[in-house]
Design a protein. Structure first.
Lengths: 284, 268
């Protein structure tokens, strides 16, 4: 019994390591291909780096970010990194604000709607209409309401997150097994207790799935808001870099956002893994 | 028939219960057409019958999970108006709180009762020991086998100390040896803490082995009530007793007539 268990564990570890290594090799190969393509483009085109800069040129673009800290700032690596840090902080603030407000409202209202049949009857239709509004069509509207303020960007992210998580929560509540709820009732639980102790924990896995999708999209939504109207933030410096035809800086920022999204997703996945230990899943 | 005066002597009194259900397409389906049944205090009653004859529907009405279209069900004289702690139910499917450990599953009903944490844990552990799950108390339900899941459910329901035990084909999905073992364990447990039990099953051997009386149902009605003569305590060797086989044969023929009648009804 124990021997087989240990064997499985070490096998899993071997698989995991192998998986990590092959993943790393694949990423390195992709970077190599990118470099090769960049060299070819730049050999055939004048100012080819505008179309496709090489990985090295992207790294070299870091000092040039310094200009976003003020025109007279010396172009050094540390100043460039400082610009990245400041604008990342600014974007993160907007993102956290939008996620908190939108997430709180989405899950909170979802839970309220899940509880009250009257609420569903009267308001579910109008609320679901929110979902069919094309999100980015609302961007100009938010712009005229809030101007280029952080409030505008936060509201836009919050709105998007709200509409996604509201539907996600309500649907998750509908999927909770009626059998388990009936069982809790036969044990003497009141309706409120069934909701609190059965429905709420049962929807956690679906909520985590929803949260991962929303977090992935939230950076995209934030960027859109910052493109149009922001004084600072990752999206802001990206659009400025594009106006200089400085593709290296644009790609640098894209790579940064990829890293941020990846880190955020890994974080939520790790949290989720602990919270959903109980879910019957296939183990390989 | 029985009148109001006898309510007090019965643990469960089912009076002229009729249940009409609506299908998704709006057609009406008579699941129970006027069922009368009296179950005495401490009695073990099994309900058998072909699938779709209303066994589970009847049990759900007693549990209060659904209300009869007409008629009445009383528990110790009090009308049943909804589910309650006095009637513990062991379901056919895995009714378990999957996000709770085995021990926390057993503790749920005790939490509802507002029992203190320490008392709760002790009681849960005692019932887990009773069903032989002590070593698995800290596992999640997904890590249990089918038979262990059933044991966990039985422990959770018994720990909650209901007056009546309602069981809906609890062992239906188990293999034969596990089933026999759990049936014997159930009898052992009931010898220790006597409970009025209503046990729905399609397995006549199970009914004969466990019950004091067997209610044979046809579509929507009670066809016959058979008294089981075997003395208690009963153990697994009863299954190979010639008298047991004879009774099983009788019951089998009785159920077959119900099947035939149903087939004729279906042809009309």
């Amino acid at each position: 019994m124990y021997e087989t268990q240990q064997a499985t564990v070490s096998l899993n570890r071997a698989n995991l390591l192998q998986g990590r290594w092959s993943g790393l090799v694949a990423i390195l190969a992709l970077i190599g291909l990118w470099w090769l393509a960049a060299l070819m483009v730049q050999a055939t085109l004048m100012r080819g780096e505008i179309f496709l800069p090489s990985p090295l040129q992207v790294i070299e673009a870091i000092p040039r970010l310094s200009v976003f800290a003020g025109a007279n700032t010396p172009q050094t690596f540390s100043n460039g990194l400082w610009v990245i840090a400041v604008n990342t902080g600014s974007s993160a603030l907007t993102l956290v604000g939008g996620l908190t407000i939108g997430g709180g409202l989405g899950i909170g209202l979802g839970l309220a709607f899940g509880w009250s049949a009257t609420l569903r009857l009267v308001l579910e239709g109008p609320f679901l209409l929110i979902r069919v509004i094309p999100l980015f069509a609302l961007l100009p509207l938010f712009l005229s309401w809030f101007g280029g303020t952080r409030t505008g960007a936060v509201s836009f992210v919050a709105f998007a997150v709200f509409s996604m998580l509201f539907v996600n929560t309500l649907e998750a509540i509908r999927n909770v097994s009626p059998l388990v709820q009936a069982y809790a009732r036969t044990l003497g639980a009141s309706r409120l207790r069934v909701y609190r102790c059965i429905v709420v924990p049962a929807i956690v896995p679906e909520l985590i799935g929803g949260a991962r999708v929303v977090l992935g999209l939230s950076w995209a939504i934030l960027l859109a808001a910052e493109f149009l109207a922001a004084q600072s933030g990752i999206g802001r410096i990206m659009i400025l870099a594009q106006q200089y035809f400085d593709t290296s800086r644009v790609i640098l920022i894209v790579l940064l956002i990829m890293v941020y999204t990846l880190v955020l997703d890994r974080f939520v996945a790790a949290m989720g893994a602990r919270a959903t230990r109980w879910v019957p899943r296939k183990d390989y | 028939m029985t009148d109001i005066a006898t309510y007090a002597e019965n643990c469960i009194a089912v009076r002229n219960v009729r249940k009409v259900m609506r299908t998704q397409r709006g057609a009406e389906l008579v699941a129970l057409s006027g069922v009368d049944l009296d179950i005495a205090e401490g009695e073990f009653v099994a309900i058998v019958g072909p699938s779709g004859c209303g066994k589970t529907t009847l049990l759900n009405q007693i549990a209060g999970l659904a209300m009869p279209t007409s008629g009445e069900i009383r528990l110790r004289g009090k009308p049943v108006v909804g589910p309650g702690r006095d009637r513990g139910m062991v379901f056919q499917a895995d009714a378990l709180f999957f996000w709770r450990t085995v021990r926390a599953n057993v503790e749920f009903g005790l939490e509802v009762q507002g029992m203190a944490r320490q008392v709760r844990q002790q009681r849960a552990d005692a019932y887990l020991a009773l069903v032989g799950l002590s070593a698995f108390a800290d596992l999640f339900p997904k890590e249990l086998s089918g038979g262990m899941k059933k044991r966990c459910q039985i422990a959770a329901v018994l720990a909650n100390n209901p007056d009546v035990l309602l069981m809906d084909e609890p062992f239906g999905a188990l293999d034969y040896p596990t089933k026999c073992q759990l049936q014997e364990e159930l009898l052992l447990i009931l010898e220790r803490e006597a409970k009025t039990t209503v046990f729905v099953t399609h397995d006549i051997e199970e009914a004969l082995f466990l019950a004091d009386r067997i209610v044979v149902m046809g579509p929507g009605t009670i066809r016959q009530i058979v008294t089981v003569p075997f003395v208690r305590p009963r153990r697994n060797d009863l299954r190979v007793d010639p008298e047991f086989s004879r009774r099983k044969g009788e019951l089998w023929r009785l159920l077959e007539t119900v099947h035939v009648q149903r087939a004729v009804l279906g042809d009309v």
